[in-house]
Design a binder for this molecule. Structure first.
Ligand code: SF4
Ligand code: SF4
Ligand code: SF4
Length: 289
């Protein structure tokens, strides 16, 4: 009986261990599905990643209907696909970018809506966002004239512009700096593909990684461009001086809370009364809390 109990116990332990290993293995195997590399881009119109993974049935129809064959279905353990959920479509901009087909056949082919059929204008696709990731090696930043990425962009002068700045090295020559404007960038990857460097200085990565997000108590100035520089006006009506030759980035301004609260930085709040903690019931004025 004792042996039987011992055997039963060992079998039970083994079963539990196996179950734990299987569960652990499943957890490890499922993890990469949500941790795809930043350079693995989804086709146009792809839903947010979690919803996309739930909706995509891995049929490969988008891949079949993609004329330049830039889309691939991820397979087990090769290249970038090693971290992309198996069987799902993706592309690598540096290998073959999206051609931004006018009629978006990949989206039309998708039977489940994982590629959103509401996307009918390819210029509104947001597959990722281009980022000039390495200013130290970009030829334009080194003072040379390259601007290949600027010239190949299908949304030229909107998604990417060349911003003129003085070259601090010579103080005489101008630098034309490729500058991406995320609100217009489709993430097609043509700029990354065409960068002349051995490793691209401009890369398209998922927008989640490429972009920060202001605290919601901040607001952006409305900044307009003029021929002589960049003139702006805040929503509060404050004038922003023209600054010839500087990139046109809106300066965020902080909107302070209406009422002081604990932790306020009083010097920032010119003229406001300092925060006074409410007296604790029953305590004497001036007594330590
Ligand atoms: S828009 Fe064209 S090139 Fe781009 S992924 Fe779709 S079918 Fe392929
Ligand atoms: S990814 Fe590059 S080429 Fe494509 S729209 Fe954006 S800046 Fe232009
Ligand atoms: S193609 Fe590459 S090196 Fe040339 S300007 Fe663009 S990012 Fe810089």
């Amino acid at each position: 009986m004792a042996n039987l109990n011992r055997r039963t116990l060992l079998q039970g332990t083994a079963t539990a261990t196996t179950a734990a290993l299987v569960a652990g293995g499943a957890a490890v195997l499922s993890k990469p599905a949500l941790a795809r590399p930043a350079q693995a881009l989804r086709p146009p119109g792809a839903l947010p990643e979690r919803e996309f993974l739930a909706a995509c049935v891995r049929c490969g129809l988008c891949v079949r209907d993609c004329p330049p064959q830039n889309l691939k279905l991820s397979t087990w353990g090769s290249g970038l696909a090693v971290d992309v959920a198996i069987g799902t479509p993706y592309f690598e901009a540096r290998a073959i970018p999206c051609e931004m087909c006018e009629h978006i056949p990949c989206v039309k082919a998708c039977p489940t809506g994982a590629l959103d059929h509401a996307l009918t204008d390819i210029n509104k696709a947001r597959m990722g966002t281009a980022v000039l990731i390495d200013q130290e090696n970009c030829l334009n930043f080194l003072g040379l004239r390259c601007d290949v990425c600027y010239r190949v962009c299908p949304v030229i002068d909107k998604a990417i512009t060349l911003e003129k700045m003085n070259n601090p090295r010579s103080d005489r020559h101008a630098m034309l700096l490729p500058t991406v404007h995320a609100e217009h960038c489709t993430g097609c990857g043509k700029c990354e593909k065409s960068c002349v460097l051995e490793e691209a200085a401009i890369k398209v990565v998922s927008t989640k990684i490429a972009r920060g997000e202001l605290g919601h108590h901040y607001r952006k100035n409305v900044v307009q461009r003029s021929d002589v520089g960049h003139v702006g006006e805040t929503r509060a009506g404050d004038k922003v001086e023209a600054t010839p030759g500087l990139p046109r980035f809106g300066q965020p301004t902080q909107r302070l809370p209406e009422v002081p609260h604990e932790g306020d930085l009083n010097p920032l709040r010119s003229g406001a009364a300092p925060y006074q903690p409410a007296p604790i019931m029953g305590s004497k004025p001036g007594a330590a809390p």
